[in-house]
Structure formats: C-alpha cells, structure tokens
Design a protein around this ligand. Structure first.
Ligand code: 9MR
Length: 537
C-alpha cells in the first residue's frame, strides 16, 4: 500500500512511437464500476529493440488496500490487481513448495501435494559408477535430492548453487518459513520447514562425496528420460565424472550450511563442516579436474573451465564459518570478482555469493577487504538501479538468454545485498520493478511463476506437468523466460520476428524458454522472501 505502481500500456503491433493515442488513464475498482484515481500516461517510448513494443507508461500513487484495474480509453482494462500488505508471501511460499514437488525418490501424498499427488520415482539406491567417475565396480546409494529441472537428473554444481542462495536468505532475513509454513511431510516436527526442505537436498549432496573428498559431478541417466512421470523413468542411473567445480560448490554450500544448521542439529552441522573440509582438500589437489560430458552421456553438462569463482565462494564460506587464516589467505590470493552479466549464473555468480557472505561478517573480515567488497557491490547495484530506470519494462537486464528470468532475479539479489549494507529507497523500488517484471509487467503479459496470477505458463517443459494428465502445471515453478537465441526453434513456434523479451513460448517442447530449474526458483524465492522481510520492517 505504500508503493507507487508502474505499468505499461503497450501496442504490440505498432512499429513506431505514438501508437497508443490517448494519454489519460484511470484506476477503477475490480469490477470497473467506479474510478478511484486518474492520471496521465507518459509520452510514447520506443521499446521495439528489446521488447518489441511501442508503449506509454503510467505511475499510480500509492493506493489503499483493495483490488483494482487500470483502464485506458480505447485500449481497455488491465487484469485486476491487489494492493495489500504481504503481497509477495503467497508466491514466496509457492516457490518453496515448488521444491517439494521436485523431490526425487519421494512419494508425494495428496495431503501435501493436492491434485499433483504422485508416486515416487528414481529411488537411486542402486546407482552405477560411470567409468568417468574413477570407479568401475559396485554401486552407490544416493537417494533423495531435488530434480534439477524439467528433467529427472541431479547435478552437484546446480544443487549447491541454489542451496547457497536459499541459505543466504536465511542468513539475511532469518527463518522465512517456520515449522508448518510449507505443508511438507516434516511440518510439525518442531523445526523450520525452510531448513527441512533444504536438508532434503543437502542430505543427497552428502551422498555424492567420494571417500577421497571429491564430488561426483552428477547423477543421471546416459540420455534424458522421455516425457513420462517419475515412476516411469527407466534406464540405469550413473554417477558421472568427478569435478573441481562440483567439489568447490559443495565445499561452499556445506560450510555455509554448517553455520545455518548449528542450532537445528549440531551433529549435522559438524558433519557438514567435515565434509566441506575434505572437499576443499580434494580441490586443492585436483585443480584441473574440469568436467565434460563423456561421449556416451548427453544429459546436462554444467561444464565450466574456470574455477576461480567457485574457489572464492568456498574460501569465503569456510572462512566465515571457521575464521581460519588459511582460507583468508586464499581469498587474498583470489579475491572475489563481483559482477553481473547475462547467463553468468551457475558458472560465475559464486563470486558474488562469496562477497555477500563476507559482507555479512563485518567483525570477522578485515577492514580493507570488507570496504573493497562493499564498494564493488554498491557500485554494481547502483549501475543496476540506473538500468531499471531506462530499460524496457523497468527491469535490470539488456541481454535475454537461457534462464533470463533468473538473471533478472540475480540482479535484484545484487541490489538486495547493497541494501542490506547501505539501505536506500532506490534499491527497494528497483527490486520491486524487477519482481513486477517477473510477475506480469512484461510484453508477454504473463506471470512466469506457475500457479499464480491471472495468466501463467500452462505448458512448462517439465516432465511431471507434461504427463500427469492434469491441465494445470505443477505450481510454484519459475519458467526460464525469454531467450533470444531460441535454441529450441526446431521444436518450438515463436512469434515471428520476436524481440528478445518476446522470445518466450508457452509450449511443452520449449526447453530453451519455458523449462523450470532449481537455480531459477532460488533467486526468485530469495527476492520475494527479501521483499517480504523489508515490508515487515
Ligand atoms: O541453465 C543452463 C543454461 O545456462 C545452458 O545454456 C543450458 C545448455 O547447456 O543448460 C541449462 O541447464 C539445463 C541443464 O543442463 C539440464 N537441466 C535443465 C537445465 C535448464 O535448462
């Protein structure tokens, strides 16, 4: 109720500015009966390059709690929208419950899953060693964890990274989902539902560590399963490769978790820290263990030939947890680079995570390093704020690639990190604009989180949603979003001449624009949880 509302009145057909003729707008009640506010639209803006639209924008001064629509003469009514306190609580909880729906090896009973109840799939109690793992005999039990995405595989690089982002929210705002908040099987056990859900992934990650401390890169079939329900997934599952990037990400997330889980279960916290130390040592001895898919494996690669960011993150978490000099020395040798760029997410966002963590511990981090990192984060955040002022739809990115929605949310996380150190209204407004973009203020007029909003994706690239016979997709999952490269063009029909922001197709085969993924849900949960926290202050 205390925030202005920005909206866009776009003419998607127009090719030149000036297409929306009228310049007045009204805010009405939800039925459209009575006018509660009247305002003037901006001059036309040409957002063709990025968004494929010519538009006028409007700003509504803060409104009292209620439900409204915007009306522009000769154009029409907007979808209804609510003004209320805690307006993001539902999507935050929904996005966390999205993780529950991704649980591998678990039956989802109706009491928790509603109409999306399903049988367990991929128990992973008998997993084979792919030769690339360094072993050839025997089998491994590696149950649990979340499915990565629309596919049924489990990847350490992209398990540890989102877990780190979720843990960051816990450290930044406190427990965002106390016992009972998420309606998961652990609800009622007297412990945080938030930490219960994250533990489902952490427990699995611990099983992926070999005796020598190194982490198997991933647990997958040789090729992707068909579009079938989990229990119908067939084919042997293997642990594949052992990599430095997986091992360092694991070292980071488990060191961070050992702080967060100390009160929850001290023995568990000790176990996490011991595992982290062993991973760190292995990484030190295997600096060139970069992962590439072996010839017979075609599942997600999560390959990355540079481990500097992963190393900075691991050193930062181990230092923050233990205070030991060794880790600080390493940080001085490889200081985290703080940066933002399209698609850097799972390859190099770890350096930002390192900086965010170090800035959480002003008493532990020597002044010089602290000031340096704070300067980097604030400078980057300020440039992102500026971009939200000039970019189409007031969101912070200008390159739309695979998983672009997560780039928008990761940019918002940088602004949140700056706000936590040096609070400014501008950060909160820009984060709000970024969230608005994800929830519907975009040229596709869609709320990219399944199950929420007046219009949301119906045909996400997600095996359970595609094969469960239920019209509504599994809720609480964030579509990857517009992707100008359209790598799935052979299987997908995009709008002709789609601009980057329009390169999104609500079609099941669109793995490059409409899949869901853990590292996309995670920054969404962070930002919605963060904004709820700020609103409650
Ligand atoms: O998010 C990943 C994106 O940056 C890559 O360009 C793409 C192709 O390698 O892979 C994406 O990750 C996918 C992963 O490999 C397998 N599970 C689904 C992920 C989301 O599409």
């Amino acid at each position: 109720p205390d925030q202005p509302i920005r909206f866009t009145c776009a003419d998607t057909q127009a090719v030149s500015p000036g297409a929306v003729a009228t310049s007045v707008f009204y805010v009405t009640d939800a039925k459209g009966d009575s006018t509660v506010y009247e305002g003037t639209l901006s001059d036309s803006v040409n957002w063709q390059d990025l968004a494929g639209v010519t538009a006028r924008t409007g700003t509504v001064d803060p409104l009292p709690v209620g439900e409204y629509r915007i009306y522009v003469p000769e154009v029409g009514y907007s979808y209804p929208f609510r003004v209320q306190d805690s307006v993001l609580r539902d999507v935050f909880v929904g996005s966390m419950r999205g993780l529950y729906y991704q649980r591998a090896g678990a039956e989802l009973p109706e009491v928790h899953a509603g109409k999306w109840a399903r049988a367990a799939g991929h128990l992973d109690t008998t997993v084979y060693y792919h030769p690339s793992s360094g072993r050839s005999e025997g089998t491994l039990s590696s149950p649990g964890g979340w499915y990565d995405a629309g596919d049924y595989n489990k990847y350490i690089v992209n398990g540890a990274f989102p877990v780190g982002q979720y843990l960051a929210l816990y450290e930044d705002v406190g427990d965002p989902a106390a016992d009972g908040a998420l309606n998961i099987p652990e609800s009622g056990n007297g412990k945080s539902d938030y930490l219960d859900e994250l533990k489902y992934e952490l427990d699995w990650m611990l099983t992926m560590q070999d005796e020598d401390g190194g982490l198997y890169h991933k647990l997958t079939t040789l090729a992707f399963d068909g579009m079938v329900m989990p229990e119908a997934g067939s084919g042997r599952r293997y642990v594949v490769g052992k990599s430095i990037t997986a091992t360092l990400n694991f070292a980071a997330a488990t060191a961070q978790a050992s702080r967060v889980y100390r009160d929850y279960d001290a023995d568990y916290a000790d176990r996490l820290l011991a595992a982290s130390r062993r991973a760190w040592s292995w990484a030190g001895n295997n600096p060139d263990a970069f992962f590439r898919n072996p010839a017979d494996v075609s599942t997600g690669q999560y390959g990355d030939n540079n481990s500097d960011d992963e190393q900075a993150w691991a050193a930062a978490e181990l230092f923050a947890t233990t205070g030991e000099q060794e880790f600080y020395n390493d940080l001085q040798e490889h200081p985290p680079r703080v940066r933002f760029g399209a698609g850097v997410g799972w390859t190099s966002y770890m350096a930002n995570m390192a900086a965010f963590t170090l800035l959480r511990f002003p008493d532990r981090v020597p002044r010089e390093m602290y000031d340096h990192l704070e300067g980097l984060v604030v400078t980057l955040a300020d440039s992102l704020v500026q971009r939200t002022e000039s970019n189409a739809y007031f969101q912070p990115i200008t390159e739309f690639g695979w998983g672009s929605n997560s780039d928008v949310m990761n940019a918002a996380m940088v602004m949140a990190a700056a706000h936590l150190r040096r609070p400014r209204r501008e950060y909160i407004d820009a984060i709000g604009h970024s969230m608005n973009y994800i929830l519907g203020h975009n040229p596709n007029a869609v709320c990219y989180l399944t199950g929420f909003g007046e219009r949301h994706p119906m045909f996400i690239h997600h095996r359970p949603s595609a094969s469960d016979g239920i019209d509504e997709p599994v809720p609480g999952l964030l579509s990857g979003g517009p992707n100008a490269a359209q790598q799935d063009r052979p299987e997908t029909t995009y709008k002709p001449n789609a601009a980057p922001m329009q390169s999104w197709a609500d079609q099941t085969p669109s793995y490059a624009s409409n899949e869901i993924c853990l590292n996309w849900n995670a920054p969404f949960s962070y930002v919605s949880g963060f904004m709820e926290y700020v609103a409650a202050q």
